[in-house]
Design a protein. Structure first.
Length: 410
């Protein structure tokens, strides 16, 4: 494997004592701890309602453990205490967002979610809607354009919901309400599902629950953490999980996607799972041609001839060895408040166009990019093609009744 970008190392781990309310969830935590991944981490146990529910007993052998007692999670008291405690160890004030974000990227919070894992993203003018499977929130990547900086601005740390007993219950209730149609659940909208897999080994448990429920799960990732994913011995897994890589040319990865797997490593991971028999999709989103974006951000006069897509054509050529069932395209888009939370001030809304609720590059450039890359992809691969959240663009090569990678196509 080509080592280009390295993930941010976890230094701090917070653990919710509510995990111990269910013996199966407590066993999941025990298995995680036995992996030895947290031996050199600073641990914080959040003990709620004066009960440790067996969690404290599992943690007693760790010398680097602190315990904080809280009444509940109202007003995000758990998040506030996590940042207050670990910022003291880090020796850095987290009053401003950038410092809090830096600490959050080094912090992992294992919690027991109290609401449903399954949430509906309602349809709107930009999106046909989909079902979100929130197995966690945020991630350790540092993509400079990340919309989650806005969405998770009050809790910018990697959170993994490990009380899978609740997910099992949620799936049973979900099936009763939606018995007419099993659906595709998107596990990549609010986090990267494979980001912490080497530490936690949770993903296969989640896939098995989805398989047993009769639904499907979409894993959207920028990671190459696929070593724990098994080759297919169960035919039901073929129709239970779809792996999709968010990917860009390596030049774009280096510029805009720090602390992610390299482009080549993502392709190698996808090829490995394709050879195992899994269904594979790719998502090139956001498309960020380097010289064009620099000229646009500097307010230069630009035309279509300034849009250099050679790196993207080269990337799509590499897809041919994997034969994905779908490729989705998207360009940079941002709600107005996002610009206050972007790591990279390279993105300037004064040089973008307000289209609907979001700022985007001008339509003529978006249309040109989609047409060039979409036509090339269809001619080369003959696969399904989708455009993400850009309804004003109409292209002749659309092959989907529902033009979205988050929806089932079979």
């Amino acid at each position: 494997m080509i080592e280009v970008n390295k993930y941010t190392e976890i230094k701090y781990v917070a653990i919710d004592s509510n995990i111990g309310r269910n013996k199966d969830d407590l066993k999941i935590l025990e298995d995680i701890l036995e992996n030895g991944a947290f031996e050199n981490k600073n641990l914080l146990c959040l003990q709620f309602d004066g009960k440790d529910n067996g969690v404290k007993d599992l943690l007693n052998s760790f010398s680097n453990l602190e315990i904080i007692k809280l009444n509940n999670k109202a007003n995000s008291e758990d998040i506030k205490n996590i940042f207050q405690h670990f910022s003291g160890l880090e020796g850095q004030n987290t009053d401003n967002f950038q410092n809090k974000l830096k600490l959050g990227k080094k912090t992992l919070y294992l919690d027991a979610v109290s609401n449903s894992f399954i949430r509906k993203f309602e349809s709107n003018q930009e999106c046909p809607g989909f079902w979100n499977l929130a197995i966690g929130t945020f991630c350790r990547h540092s993509c400079t354009y990340c919309f989650l900086n806005l969405t998770m601005r009050m809790r910018p740390l990697s959170i993994e919901h490990i009380n899978l007993s609740r997910l099992k219950t949620n799936l049973k209730s979900f099936n009763k309400k939606n018995s007419h149609d099993h659906v595709l659940l998107n596990a990549g909208e609010s986090s990267d599902p494979l980001d912490n897999e080497p530490l936690l080994h949770l993903w296969n448990r989640i896939v098995e629950l989805i398989r047993d429920s009769g639904n499907q799960i979409l894993c959207l990732t920028k990671s190459d953490n696929v070593d724990s994913i098994p080759s297919l011995g169960d035919e039901n897994l073929v129709n239970s999980v779809i792996y999709s890589w968010s990917i860009n040319p390596e030049s774009v990865v280096q510029r805009y996607e720090p602390h992610t797997a390299s482009s080549e490593n993502r392709l190698l991971a996808a090829k490995k799972l394709k050879d195992f028999g899994y269904r594979i999709r790719f998502r090139i989103d956001p498309i960020l041609p380097l010289q064009f974006m620099e000229a646009l951000s500097n307010g230069n006069n630009i035309s279509l001839k300034d849009v250099d897509l050679d790196d993207y054509f080269t990337l799509i050529d590499k897809f041919s060895r994997i034969e994905p069932e779908m490729v989705t395209f998207g360009t940079f888009r941002a709600l107005p408040p996002l610009f206050n939370f972007l790591i990279d001030k390279f993105f300037k809304k004064e040089y973008l166009i307000k289209n609907g609720k979001r700022f985007r590059m001008p339509k003529e450039f978006r249309h040109y990019i989609y047409e060039q890359l979409g036509t090339y992809t269809q001619d080369l691969l003959g696969c399904n093609i989708a455009i993400c959240k850009d309804p004003s663009i109409n292209l002749h090569f659309s092959t989907l009744k529902v033009p979205c990678q988050c929806m089932k196509i079979s």
